[in-house]
Design a protein around this ligand. Structure first.
Ligand code: G6P
Length: 488
């Protein structure tokens, strides 16, 4: 039976090559790899937003229909939806990020923000609702074109951009099996009170149109069930993780996402990574603290540098013997809050480097870049990895870097990351708001004895290799089958 995947960001995007021809660029990250793996064994249609001008060109050429992607390992049919610049801006830059993203990561400082005014209300109606409708229309067209022939059609949706889509599809296709994975935290119910009632209701109504709704951790599952308990006419069985609504059962489940260990091993040994690793080794002076993040407010980048500042102040013996390498990928730059955050990062880095730096030593080496081979090279070389996110759905950096590190590096890990449920035991746990705690953890990581480091690093590798991406996929398909969907 065919499978329909739906996500805002697709598996590939188009750009113009040197010769002027359109070429595909594969989306980075383990999720795309894992889901493309699914496409090796069954026909898959992937529905995603056209995000570049070239995507829009491809969408136009295909007259809104699907595009066949042929590859050695998979065959995929890609269908873009094209919302147009204004609707997309409202959906993505006003509602999904920041409004919903900030709620789910507890990022609003409620004394001053957000303000729900005319801009937000029209962005909801003409952006978020409208784009979700376009996604739902595309899913329905796919279902009506017979993609689901030969069984109960299965649609797997991803993330918070698409909360309304399941209900819109369910209305027209009551029999379809709908599965949605939320990759970010589900906060405690009161956090949602930031939104006007009709928006909150639409989100819950959409989410509960799924057959299974999935998260990375047990905590998000519990929070989601608590949100459901507040709804009229809905029954919640906390123990079984089941919500009864409108005569249907919705399963709420946790499946911690992971990475493909073998794939990462191969990558770590690739020529591109070895070249970057050579540069890092040559520039190295003493120990290396590393962070690798999308430049997002939830990642807590500024506090991380402040903690490092305190560490250098308290432990001057480390001056000139440690470098903090920060690899930051620019992200969501059209959103005001992100632009301001970028400026604050640059300021704090300058302040720390001016305060402690010397003629030939820069305490922080900040690189704003999107260079995966360089990140993997740095993963191999760190002595301490700082993952101090305010809140983070999972944080795959901790898993990726832990797996390929060659120096028994120590993981400093925020207790508010999803990955803390799996790796917290082998990391130095920190409170992301407590600068002193983080400064102390940096010192502890850099002075830990070799045996303790080896033991912890070994355990992290073991856990990541065992709970790998295949397990993540298999567990979801097992549950889908158990609930009566997805038989081939
Ligand atoms: C998070 C979200 C994803 C999103 C990614 C990158 O991991 O869960 O849905 O794709 O961030 O964000 P972007 O806005 O660039 O797609």
């Amino acid at each position: 039976m065919g499978l329909i995947l739906v996500s805002n960001r697709g598996p590939v995007s188009y750009r113009r090559g040197d010769s002027g021809e359109l070429e595909t660029v594969r989306g980075g990250g383990g999720l795309v790899t894992a889901l493309l793996g699914v496409a090796a064994s069954r026909p898959v249609t992937w529905i995603a937003s056209a995000m570049t001008p070239e995507d829009t060109e491809v969408w136009r050429r295909a007259a809104g229909g699907s595009i066949a992607l042929e590859h050695d390992e998979y065959r995929l049919s890609l269908r873009f939806i094209n919302a147009g610049a204004q609707a997309y801006e409202r959906y993505y830059n006003v509602i999904a990020n920041p409004l919903i993203w900030f709620i789910q990561h507890y990022l609003w400082g409620l004394a001053v923000a957000p303000e729900i005014g005319e801009r937000e209300i029209s962005a909801w109606d003409e952006g978020y609702v409208a784009v979700n409708r376009l996604f739902a229309d595309a899913v329905c067209r796919e279902l009506e074109d017979g993609n689901g022939e030969g069984g109960r059609p299965l649609v797997m949706l991803h993330d918070y951009h698409l909360y309304l889509c399941p209900a819109l599809v369910r209305e027209r296709h009551p029999q379809v099996f709908l599965h949605q994975f939320i990759h970010i935290p589900w906060p405690q119910p009161d956090s949602w009170l930031v939104l006007p009632r009709r928006m909150r209701q639409a989100i819950m109504n959409g989410a509960l149109a799924n057959d299974i709704i999935a998260f990375h951790t047990g905590k998000y599952v519990r929070n989601f069930l608590l949100s459901c308990e507040e709804l009229p006419g809905v029954e919640v069985d906390q123990e079984r993780g089941v919500v009864m609504t409108g005569g249907r059962e919705v399963w709420v489940r946790a499946y911690p996402v992971s990475i493909d260990g073998d794939d990462f091993d191969r990558l770590a040994g690739s020529a591109a990574v070895l070249e970057e690793e050579g540069k890092i080794k040559a520039a190295r002076r003493g120990q290396l603290i590393l962070r690798v993040d999308r430049m997002d407010l939830s990642k807590n980048i500024v506090r991380g540098f402040k903690a490092y500042d305190i560490f250098l102040e308290k432990h001057p013996e480390f001056r000139e013997r440690v470098t903090f390498l920060a690899l930051m990928q620019p992200s969501r730059e059209d959103i005001r809050e992100y632009g301001e955050y970028r400026r604050r990062i640059a300021e704090v880095v300058e302040a720390v480097n001016n305060r402690h730096g010397t003629a030939d030593w820069r305490p922080i080496d900040l690189r704003m870049q999107d260079d995966f081979p360089c990140s993997v090279a740095a993963y191999k070389q760190f002595d301490a990895l700082l993952v101090n996110a305010i809140f983070d759905g999972m944080n795959l950096i901790a898993k990726e870097a832990g797996l390929v590190n060659t120096r028994d590096g120590v993981l400093i890990l925020s207790e508010n990351t999803g990955v803390h449920e799996e790796l917290g035991e082998f990391a130095l746990t920190v409170n992301p708001f407590d600068l002193e705690d983080q400064a102390r953890a940096i010192h502890q990581a850099l002075t830990m004895d070799d045996d303790a480091k080896r033991r912890r690093a070994g355990k992290i590798k073991q856990v990541v290799r065992k709970n790998d991406i295949n397990r993540w996929i298999e567990r979801q398909f097992d549950d889908i089958k158990l609930k009566g969907g997805g038989e081939s």
